[in-house]
Ligand binder design. Structure first.
Ligand code: FES
Length: 127
């Protein structure tokens, strides 16, 4: 007999716990203390770490134009779908997270990176 755990108790997956943004908007979230920006790109949600790859300031506060989130400090842009750098001075990718619909709402996988990188590779890349 197998025991099923509620989705939110699976390793890495936690509820975002925020009201979902409207299309073209974003909201800052802090699931389990992680700084995340939840973006709504044409009705599809994407989660990106709330840290600019340029100088490590918060990305929240910037404008979302399509799938590109603009850093409020220097105007660099990242693609929230992949984390890819999209405009200088940002040259390195940002961390993105997988999302899924859980019983209690949208959930985020804090243990993984949506790029499929291991945590070790991710730490090296973000240094
Ligand atoms: S700190 Fe974000 S673009 Fe410079």
């Amino acid at each position: 007999m197998s025991e099923e755990r509620p989705a939110a108790e699976e390793a890495g997956w936690v509820a975002l716990g925020v009201a979902l943004p409207a299309p073209g908007e974003w909201v800052a979230a802090r699931p389990a203390g992680h700084a995340v920006v939840l973006c709504n790109v044409a009705g599809t949600f994407h989660a990106i770490e709330d840290v600019c790859p340029h100088l490590q300031v918060a990305l929240s506060g910037g404008r979302l134009e399509g799938a590109l989130l603009e850093c409020p400090l220097h105007g660099g842009k990242v693609d929230v779908r992949s984390g890819a750098a999209a405009a200088p001075p940002i040259r390195r990718p940002a961390r993105v997270y997988a999302l899924r619909q859980g019983a209690a709402g949208l959930e985020i996988d804090l243990a993984g990176d949506d790029t499929g990188e291991s945590d070790d590779d991710l730490r090296k890349r973000l240094r």
